[in-house]
Design a binder for this molecule. Sequence first.
Ligand code: ADP
Length: 430
Amino acid sequence: MDPQLWILTSVVLAAALLVVTLYLVLRVFRPLRAIAEAARRFSRGELTYRLELDAPPQLRAVADALNGMARQVDETITRISSQRNEVEAVFGSMVEGVVVVDRQRVINSLNSAAAVLFGRTPAEVKREAHRGKSVIEFLRNTDVDSFAGQVLEEQTALERTVTLYRKAPVYVQIHGTVLRDEQGECAGALLVLNDITRLKRLENMRRDFVANVSHELRTPITSIMGFVETLLEDDPGDEETRQRFLGIAHGHAQRLNLIIEDLLSLSRLESWEGELPREDCALEQIVSRTIGSCEAAAQRRGIAIRDSYVGATRVSVNENLLEQALVNLVNNAVKYSNQDSVVEIVCRNDGQELQISVRDQGPGIPPADQLRVFERFYRVDRARSRAMGGTGLGLAIVKHIALAHNGEVSVTSMEGQGSVFTLCIPSPLS
Ligand code: ADP
């Protein structure tokens, strides 16, 4: 072949090869590199990245498939993490404590409420300090541990109340259920814990109250029955004794009546719902009627009742209830005061708060009893209260009347130097 033709052919062939190579680089290798780079970015978690290709249809199909896969994985991860956040939010805001343990009683998860019940902090839960620790290690409670063990062993739902000994006992009711895996095998246990201390306390209070009421009613009823039976069965004969017995029975019947009236007042006050109806009234008139009700008893014991006022005396209160509270306080002051002393009713109204103090010169109340005198049937001196015809409910009624007015009642007292009961009612201006 002619050497010149040979060279020309070689140059043309080399040029054609260059063109093909260039074409391949531009149309195939570059898109492949872009695909490889996109795959790397997806695997690094950059799932919002999208691969844009100007390439042959076969390579564009690969790019579309990769983009579609990334979109799907992204959506699935978003859905799963939002579900997980929801579950965590529900878990964390639950009032009930929740503990999940595996078959070895190692804690898988627990919420803040459960941790706090056992003296741990929500911060510890947040940084997962419980992970991999057993119930004994983290919650340090053998009752909960043995309960979880029983649920896992018996593989049934169980319930138990455990007591945690703090400053005051805390009662926790636990419901335990078995958790199963896809094969139906026991995978652990779920414990739901409820703090039932308040309920227990209410239950105890109700039980004590019923016991107290029964006790208070039993004494007068037994007396009435005794005297009436004596009158019926062994007639004492003389009219004087008969009259005396009837008088005693009548006294006890009156006492019964007083207790029942006070109980009804308390229950009415307790069952009150909504705003208390208030009237625009003159404070002096309420105090003057109060003094009128207590005057006879005061005079019998040579006690003077004085009243004084600072600030406005037109107030917006529930007139009947305020009078009932004042009568109870002044009656007590008269009952427990020394003979020939003074009881003072001091009213102060600064426009924000009405304060009515009832001050006496009686025996005073020991500090330990000062808070408790507002409890039902609590008496400092039982015999004296009964002898004075007290029901033990007067101050409980005063407290509820104060609460119904959004106020409060308190006592300050020094033994041997008298007591001051103060009723505070906010915003009393009419
Ligand atoms: P009671 O009907 O027994 O008086 P209260 O609820 O009115 O019941 O009072 C409870 C107890 O508080 C009384 O039994 C008494 O021991 C004590 N107490 C109340 N007021 C006074 C007071 N002014 N001085 C001394 N003790 C008082």
